[in-house]
Design a protein around this ligand. Structure first.
Ligand code: PLP
Length: 364
């Protein structure tokens, strides 16, 4: 059975697999903040409605200035995007016809967008899924003949963040090889702003950082992200974006999300992710699964016997539990599952269903 490529789209998955969806579905395949969006969005929704009739600010204000203030950088370093997804499309156009390295298993949009733009791809596979220790020699070697290296930090779907030293070493190599380095920090909000490499764009013209607003603030529906790079790189990429690509409501909501007043919201999300992933990692290890050393609000795990992966996946779907399979992740080939952290009741239900499966199916 070849499983459809899905993420956060459970009903399509049920239809494609010909399984009748139960009335009660828990979708662990998505990995946005389970707390939902900040309260102010619901409270002030009537004010946002008034923005509907107006054209948005062509520069994406007030979000642009809010990003600059939040990271203490100049607006010249910033390109706003209709989600980080748009930034990846713009980057692929910028690197059109070039040669790119992608470290797998990782987010599929890097390859998808680059291939659309005739970028030649060199795939490097990280064998250490659990700790995500980077294959530095291989990457450094490959960088000598490449224009850009894409890394997801923390990585999706493993949730592991490479060490600062490893990333620093790669940035040095990027400088020597004149190879750009794109760090996708879509999930770094769940770690610590000090782990971000945004400040390093001030000295390193090779470094491009991509950020998403949709994960921490659970606003995937309104689309908002940005990238940070040296002014000349940012300026070239900004020119590739369509006019008015940042909608007015998103720009106002995004600016407010980055306010100091939302510090408590951010801290709560990080604390919750830590608590839930620690508890679920313990549960999985007690049941002899391999688990990634995630630092985010999701993780990947492998069953004690990965040959049972497909039947386990179907069993869980029939019980209304949707996991993210990894059939289309190079280097994982379906032997792992990704799980996004949810509310405690949902996590309990997941553990109960898995316990039931372990009791009836596992040979350990
Ligand atoms: C690693 C990673 N980067 C970027 C994105 C795109 O995020 P956005 O919703 O901001 O377009 C995703 C979405 O799932 C992702 O997983």
């Amino acid at each position: 059975m070849s499983l459809p490529n899905h993420g956060a789209n459970p009903y399509r998955l049920y239809t494609q697999l010909g399984i009748k969806p139960p009335t009660d579905i828990l979708d662990f395949s998505e990995n946005v903040n389970p707390a939902g969006a900040p309260d102010f969005i619901k409270n002030d929704w009537a004010d946002y409605l008034q923005l509907l009739q107006r054209y948005p600010d062509p520069e994406g204000e007030p979000f642009l200035s809010a990003v600059a203030k939040y990271h203490d950088i100049s607006t010249e370093n910033i390109v706003l995007g209709n989600g980080a997804a748009e930034i990846f499309s713009l980057l692929a156009t910028y690197f059109r016809g070039n040669n790119a390295i992608i470290l797998h298993p990782t987010f599929s949009e890097y390859e998808a967008t680059l291939k659309e733009n005739d970028v030649e791809i060199q795939r490097v596979v990280c064998e250490d899924i659990v700790n995500w220790k980077l294959p530095l020699d291989e990457l450094q070697q490959a960088m000598q003949n490449a224009d850009v290296l894409y890394l997801c930090t923390p990585n999706n779907p493993t949730g592991v963040l490479p060490s600062k030293e490893e990333l620093q070493q790669l940035i040095e190599s990027a400088k020597e090889s004149n190879c750009s380095i794109v760090l996708d920090e879509a999930f770094i909000d769940f770690v610590d702003e000090n782990a971000s490499f945004i400040q390093s764009v001030k000295e390193n013209h090779q470094v491009i950082i991509v950020r998403s607003m949709t994960k921490m603030y659970a606003i995937a529906g309104i689309r908002l992200g940005y990238m940070v790079a040296a002014p000349e790189v940012a300026s070239a990429i900004r020119k590739l974006a369509p006019h008015w690509h940042i909608n007015g409501i998103a720009a106002v909501i995004g600016a407010r999300c980055l306010n100091k007043e939302e510090d408590a919201f951010r801290q709560k999300a990080c604390d919750y992710a830590l608590q839930m992933r620690t508890s679920f990692q313990t549960f999985l290890r007690q049941n002899h699964c391999l688990v990634t050393n995630s630092v985010t609000n999701y993780m990947s795990f492998q069953l004690p016997d990965p040959v049972q992966s497909q039947s386990f996946f179907t069993y869980m779907l029939e019980r209304g539990i949707v996991l993210r399979h990894t059939e289309n992740f190079i280097g994982m080939e379906g032997a792992w599952f990704r799980v996004g952290m949810k509310a405690p009741e949902a996590m309990n239900r997941l553990e109960e269903e898995m316990m039931h499966w372990f009791r009836t199916n596992s040979s350990l």
